[in-house]
Write a protein that binds this ligand. Structure first.
Ligand code: PMV
Length: 340
């Protein structure tokens, strides 16, 4: 690759099965989706380390058209805004990533790092991990530093820890390696699935959610009624294991059923929301084989599995007509990759 310009992209994710129960040692199944972050690194024209971020969350979401420009300030250990039409401060993970790659590299070049993401932040689609993985890959290639996939994933996990405190590592792993990952007790295995004609429709409910709040809610419920809630978590765990073999056999109908069952269990667990239930029901009416919330719950996104592209596309249009942000993705999208 021409090291005057490096471009890498990395995917977001959805949890197909096992959110919350995974916190208690049960398995989870996660897939990479086709919403990606692209990171373009070029030589800075100003002999300064620069970072710019533009976001166009594909579907005219409220964050479309945001632009931010920063320069790195090593004394203050942060990127300082030169221009920003976005009120959120810059993610400190970018400083960590840039500092670490520059430290490991022998090259003395000044990079300009540009982030361009299609993944809406804060709705459980793994945007921060995708940003970290794409920028680590692109920046290290620009700085002529050869990072193994393992090292890249490890650094992305460190970046995730800066942002989220105690993440499971699912988001950075799926963004690095892509595909579908089965995760249990800190171990990941890639699921080899047959070439399925299957599509996931992802709908953003627009209801804000917070992973920490809902993880704590489940912990509290477990304390109050251990038998009841442990049983629900175990059932989700069993169902996730059944989903694993069905995915590998390509039983798409059964996977849909299991998703709907998982949704009912998540509702029993207290992480549902009437709007999420309404959206899952609408997706089923629109021809989905099964539907559930994805991620922490209480808001955020729901997903519906389809075996027919036209139907999935119609569902996306229908959801958009109702004012929701909606996307269509295949399962098992590619992990981090070089772009032309
Ligand atoms: O909504 P997300 O992507 O933050 O997923 C949360 C998944 C949980 O199982 C609820 C928490 C976790 O750390 O696994």
């Amino acid at each position: 690759m021409d090291a005057k310009k490096t471009i890498f992209s990395a995917p977001g994710k959805i949890i197909l099965f096992g959110e919350h129960s995974v916190v208690y040692g049960h398995p989870a199944i996660v897939t990479a989706i086709n919403l990606r972050t692209k990171c373009i690194v070029t030589e800075s024209l100003q002999n300064e380390i620069q970072l710019s971020i533009s976001s166009d969350y594909s579907l005219n979401g409220p964050s479309a058209g945001l632009k931010r420009e920063y320069t790195m300030n090593k004394e203050q250990n942060e990127f300082i805004a030169q221009y920003s039409n976005y009120e959120q401060p810059v993610n400190p993970a970018y400083y960590f990533i840039t500092e670490r790659v520059l430290h490991l590299s022998a090259s003395k070049k000044y990079p300009h790092i540009h982030i361009d993401s299609e993944i809406p932040p804060g709705i459980g689609l793994g945007s921060s991990a995708a940003n970290s993985v794409a920028s680590l890959a692109s920046l290290s290639a620009f700085m002529e530093l050869e990072l193994s996939m393992e090292k890249l994933n490890e650094l992305a996990f460190e970046a995730e820890r800066i942002i989220h405190g105690r993440p499971s590592g699912v988001d950075n792993t799926i963004s690095t390696y892509g595909g579908i990952q089965f995760y249990k007790e800190k171990k990941f295995s890639q699921l080899n699935i047959p070439n399925l004609s299957s599509y996931v429709v992802i709908v953003n409910s627009g209801i804000p959610r917070n992973t920490k709040t809902y993880v704590e809610k489940v912990a509290k419920l477990l304390e109050e009624d251990t038998t009841k809630y442990q049983k629900i978590l175990e059932e989700i765990g069993k169902l996730t294991t059944i989903a694993k073999s069905n995915l590998m056999e390509g039983n798409i109908q059964k996977i849909g059923d299991l998703m709907t069952q998982n949704q009912l269990l998540l509702e029993k667990l207290g992480v549902g929301h009437p709007i999420l239930t309404e959206l899952t029901n609408s997706l089923v009416q629109l021809g989905s084989l099964g539907s559930k919330l994805t991620g922490a719950g209480g808001g955020g996104c729901v997903i519906g599995l389809f075996d027919d592209y036209q139907k999935a596309n119609r569902a996306v249009e229908e959801m958009k007509n109702k004012g929701f942000q909606a996307f269509i993705s295949s399962l098992a999208e590619r992990g981090v990759q070089v772009e032309q």
